[in-house]
Design a protein around this ligand. Structure first.
Ligand code: KMT
Ligand code: NI
Length: 176
């Protein structure tokens, strides 16, 4: 995992956009974003995933492969993923193969870019503004875990500004 402030340049979204200002796991945790690196072989990593699913009551899951040739409606999906949005539930991702970037808003409304790679588990809390993009390798395979039935619907900015889950997220993380 590597996280840093996004540089806001006009370069392609798949480029790193590294401003040179690092963001630590502790800083991510302080905005309720959780990150775990699972060690060992995929089999060993999957054992940890299974354990987490029991502990955290993630009862449902599916797998998504995002690449130009493998994802139906690729162009449209890629646009949706990179449009700033919230969900009313956590977004829990275990990266099986490939890489990508999750961008999340910090307390100062700055984008924090999080590089996710194979073996990484990322939990994006309900109500936080975020977006996702592939990197220039154009390939990721990820497991998506859910507590209950997946609540897929992204609620875009600014529609979500007054959303109860968004307001609760802001209240939980508090001011700086
Ligand atoms: C999402 O919700 O943004 C996605 O499912 C795509 C990213 S999964 C690595
Ligand atoms: Ni999302």
């Amino acid at each position: 995992m590597r996280a840093y402030l996004y540089d806001n340049s006009d370069a392609d979204q798949r480029e790193p956009h590294d401003s040179g200002v690092p963001v630590s796991v502790e800083e991510l945790n302080s905005i309720n974003v959780e990150y775990l690196k699972l060690e060992g072989s995929l089999d060993e990593q999957m054992k940890v995933v299974e354990k987490l699913c029991v502990e955290k009551s993630y009862k449902n899951r599916d797998e998504i492969t995002i690449s130009p040739s493998l994802l139906p409606n690729y162009e449209e999906k890629i646009k949706t993923f990179f449009t700033e949005h919230i969900h009313e539930d956590e977004e829990i991702r275990f990266i099986v193969e490939g890489a990508g970037f999750f961008d999340v808003r910090d307390r100062l409304n700055r984008w924090v870019r999080i590089l996710v790679e194979a073996g990484d588990m990322l939990i994006v809390p309900a109500g936080i503004y975020h977006r996702f993009t592939l990197d220039t390798s154009n390939y990721i395979r990820a497991m998506r875990l859910f507590k209950e039935d997946p609540k897929w619907t992204p609620i875009n900015r600014p529609e979500a500004d007054g959303n109860q889950y968004h307001l609760e997220h802001l209240k939980k993380i508090g001011p700086l």
